[in-house]
Design a protein around this ligand. Structure first.
Ligand code: PLP
Length: 463
């Protein structure tokens, strides 16, 4: 165990604010407040440099599916690094872990998906998607079929193409995005945008916005539609049951590629290997990252269906695209060890049949709380919509995000990491969470809701 003077909090915080520019951060505000320095993880627990312990309800950042402290992954990476830490896959070379991983992924993916292009992250995966779908249509003799349709409030990463595919308004306001050739349609967010429609009606309506957009642009201009099976960063938006079947119908009717961004939904989160399995979607491409390695090392990829592979392989033209770390052997070793744990511990079935239903029952019951307008969850990914005047769906808190942030901070103080998106609270715990830990999480979440509610009541922000 590390002695406490290895982690002198004040000194680390000072150096942090002097030199370290954090992602998605108001640098000045963080420097004033000081960051929490995380030092250790075990199972679903995280510890900071002051010795505070937190139940990590977010699996790191939607990624540590097997939890922290899995020494089998560390050992596999250690062995691989001693043997061959790195080699590239560019010049007719390959490496054993990347080959084995590609083979394994083909086995786990839906039957019609048998190839993978490796990269370093989810963002790089989606950049690869943009280039790959355009390359595909160019090879098919249709170079003008180059527009990609995505959705408002989707998250597809933070690179130029990833952030452009994503529909996050604040991100688009900086740095000249979206890049040309990407357009957005409404999201299937019934609680927030469903108006007077039933969820079923709204699901069909939201899907038909795709058809409308295709007809507006012309089928000969549209290359692909990309979507997360369940939107993660957008606020765990679980589409109505009617949504995906209608999307599937539309993608089949018009000749456009369907891309499932599986970066969060993949590797067991929904109780199936992929969100596409959960919803019965037949994607042409799937972006993967996060749960692929459970975050132990960075790695992503694009899984390619036979339909697309036949063209990009069959025609025999070089695809001018790749990353130094495509198929990184040490990262591939981490992924293989991670997938082995998921398989050996039966984590996917566990989410479907055991901890998933157990946890969902308690999470959905939080919907009874006076502050909660809706509780929703699939597998082990869920959200709570905080509202000022239950049961009204339309009434929102003033200054969107303030209440979410307040609730998140209270949650941290209660030793539970939940994330806030707007004024909803998000949960996506490691798939290894035990029944007792699930009970503990619910206990802390309830306390957090109670305390948030009292604070809001005091200054008249709830009715
Ligand atoms: C996190 C995320 C990404 C981006 O992955 P990075 O590894 O952060 O680049 C892309 N798509 C989805 C759905 C994500 O949640």
């Amino acid at each position: 165990m590390a002695s406490s003077n290895l982690y002198p909090t004040a000194e680390l915080r000072a150096a942090d604010s002097r030199h370290y520019l954090h992602p998605f951060t108001d640098f000045k505000a963080l420097a004033a407040e000081g960051s929490r320095v995380m030092v250790r993880g075990e199972g679903v627990w995280i510890e900071d440099s002051d010795g505070n312990r937190y139940l990590d309800g977010m699996a790191g950042l939607w990624c540590t599916n097997v939890g922290y402290g899995q020494t089998a992954i560390a050992d596999a990476v250690h062995e691989q690094m001693k043997e061959l830490a790195f080699y590239n896959s560019f010049f007719k070379t390959s490496n054993a872990p990347a080959i084995r991983l590609a083979e394994k992924l083909a086995q786990l993916a839906p039957a019609h998906v048998n190839h993978v292009f490796f990269c370093g992250s989810g963002s790089e995966a989606n950049d690869t998607v943009v280039r790959l779908v355009r390359h595909y249509w160019a090879l098919k003799g249709k170079p003008t079929k180059d527009i990609i349709i995505a959705r408002h409030n989707a998250y597809h990463g933070s690179t130029m193409a990833g952030a452009s595919l994503g529909g996050m308004k604040p991100m688009h306001s900086q740095g000249g995005m979206p890049i040309p050739g990407i357009v957005h349609i409404p999201q299937p967010y019934w609680f927030g945008e469903g108006g007077d429609m039933t969820p079923a009606e709204f699901g069909v309506w939201a899907a038909q916005q795709l058809e409308k957009k295709i007809e507006e642009l012309g089928e000969n201009r549209v290359a692909a539609f990309i979507a997360e099976p369940i939107q993660g960063a957008g606020g765990v938006i679980i589409p109505p049951e009617t949504y995906w079947p209608e999307i599937k119908r539309i993608c089949e009717k018009y000749d456009i590629l369907l891309v499932a961004d599986e970066v969060i939904c993949g590797f067991g989160r929904t109780g199936r290997w992929f969100g596409s399995d959960y919803y019965g979607i037949k994607p042409d491409l799937m972006s993967i990252a996060k749960g692929l390695t459970s975050g132990y090392l960075p790695m992503g990829g694009v899984m390619v269906s036979d339909r697309v592979a036949d063209v990009i392989i069959g025609i025999g033209e070089e695809f001018y695209h790749g990353y130094t770390y495509s198929g990184h052997p040490s990262c591939a070793a981490a992924a293989l060890a991670n997938l082995k744990i998921i398989e050996e511990q039966g984590l996917v079935d566990r989410v479907a049949d055991d901890i998933g239903p157990y946890f969902q029952k308690q999470w959905l019951a939080l919907g009874e709380h006076p502050l909660v307008g809706e509780a929703r969850m699939v597998g082990l990914i869920g959200a709570l919509e905080l509202v000022p005047n239950k049961p009204s769906r339309s009434e929102k808190f003033a200054n969107t995000g303030n209440v979410g942030t307040l609730c998140r901070d209270i949650s941290f103080n209660n030793g539970l990491i939940m994330r806030a998106t707007r004024d909803s609270m998000i949960i996506s715990p490691p798939l290894v969470i035990t029944h007792a830990e699930a009970d503990e999480l619910i206990k802390r979440a309830t306390k957090t809701l109670d305390e948030t509610y009292s604070a809001l009541k005091k200054d008249g922000r709830v009715h």
